[in-house]
Ligand binder design. Sequence first.
Ligand SMILES: Nc1nc2c(ncn2[C@@H]2O[C@H](COP(=O)(O)OP(=O)(O)OP(=O)(O)O)[C@@H](O)[C@H]2O)c(=O)[nH]1
Ligand SMILES: [Mg+2]
Ligand SMILES: [Zn+2]
Ligand SMILES: [Zn+2]
Length: 412
Amino acid sequence: MTTVTCPYCFTRASAARLPYRCQMMPSGVRGAPCGPVRDDVWAGFTGPAAPPAARMRGPVFNAPRSVGRVLGTSAGSVPCPKCGVGTPVRVCGTCHNDLPSDYCDQDSRIIALVGAKASGKSTYVSVLVNELNQRVGQAYHASLAAMGASTQRRDKEMAEDLYERLRLPDATRPAALGFSDPLLYRLSLPRRGRPGGGTRHTTLVFFDAAGEDLADAEAMDRYTRYLSAADGIIMLVDPLQLGSVRDRLPVHDGPPLPAVEAPPEQIAADLATQLRAHGRRGARGRVSTPIAVAVTKTDMLGALLDPHSPLLANAPHQGGVYDDVDRLAVHEEMRSLLADWDSGTLLRRLELDFAEVSLFGLSALGAPPPADAPADAPKSGPRPVRVEDPLLWLLSRRGLLRVRGAGKGRTT
Ligand SMILES: Nc1nc2c(ncn2[C@@H]2O[C@H](COP(=O)(O)OP(=O)(O)OP(=O)(O)O)[C@@H](O)[C@H]2O)c(=O)[nH]1
Ligand SMILES: [Mg+2]
Ligand SMILES: [Zn+2]
Ligand SMILES: [Zn+2]
């Protein structure tokens, strides 16, 4: 029996039991077609941001039990008990959000993205999606497709802004101003890492919240449900938030340094507290969810990095195999940099709180925004470095990628 985690409210439910929504097709077979009814469940979840007209939606109904059992998943459509017209649209029983058409058919992996305000989350997601579709997708014979109209629309807008108009994303709206939709993608990878052996589809759910939501208890509630449903966490750390990095940067002509937010070790500790309280407590009280901690904006660190630093070039991805030796080199490099920058406070906190931690360093833009236009991407467009590493590590942890391990160059 397939279990589905709603990407909006993160409730888990059996795919066979998910309700349907009538599409109100005018070609009603039993006389009058259905009209819209007020969906208070959906409106209650979406909050005051939902305009009254949007609350009027196709009626939601449960399929007769026998139908659910026969169909198993979302395949096929089920007739509406009122108008008799079949509908394939499944909705979450708890929040009444419509699920994209093939969401219920495949395994989903929820990847939570966290980071202080302006740590680079929105820029990162846009660039990551683009890289997975191009360079990285090519190396792994993978493809990534946006699922559902809302992700497709947002992807298109983000790509036009960043890659055509060279505009950086605006600050993300905090949850208090209305709920932002999760980003849903279908990642297709060759089974056993090789083309020709069939394809495995995995749903990836990203949720790009506003940085301030992490600091707000009420907003944190939805965030927490998302975090506790996550199969892996990517935490972005802005190096420009670390006092000693700020002091050591050469007087540069880039945009002004960002305002100082909650320190990353505080965010990590709060995150762990929330996750433990929601059943993610593993051995020795450490959180069992793997966490990839990535220092962003590495393009700003030029002067602080060795010219041979592994942080300066992308991972090889040779033969569509994830190179764990390369990951360890990056982890060690980041460990020694952090030891120097913050006496290792962040890593110590992480190792106390999480059972599985790996450090990464990335730059979504590859260069600082131009000094005279801080809201723009560099003139040459984004030239990302190592943006894919945290996600690939989390996928490899789940057995979705072939891995070249540290033990005698083994590939599994
Ligand atoms: N140098 C450099 N700056 C970056 C990079 N990515 C983002 N920035 C800067 O960081 C700022 C914030 O980036 P966002 O992606 O909006 O950050 P966010 O975490 O989504 O911020 P909130 O939505 O407010 O929480 C951008 O406007 C850029 O100035 C990068 O790769 N390199
Ligand atoms: Mg943002
Ligand atoms: Zn839901
Ligand atoms: Zn109907």
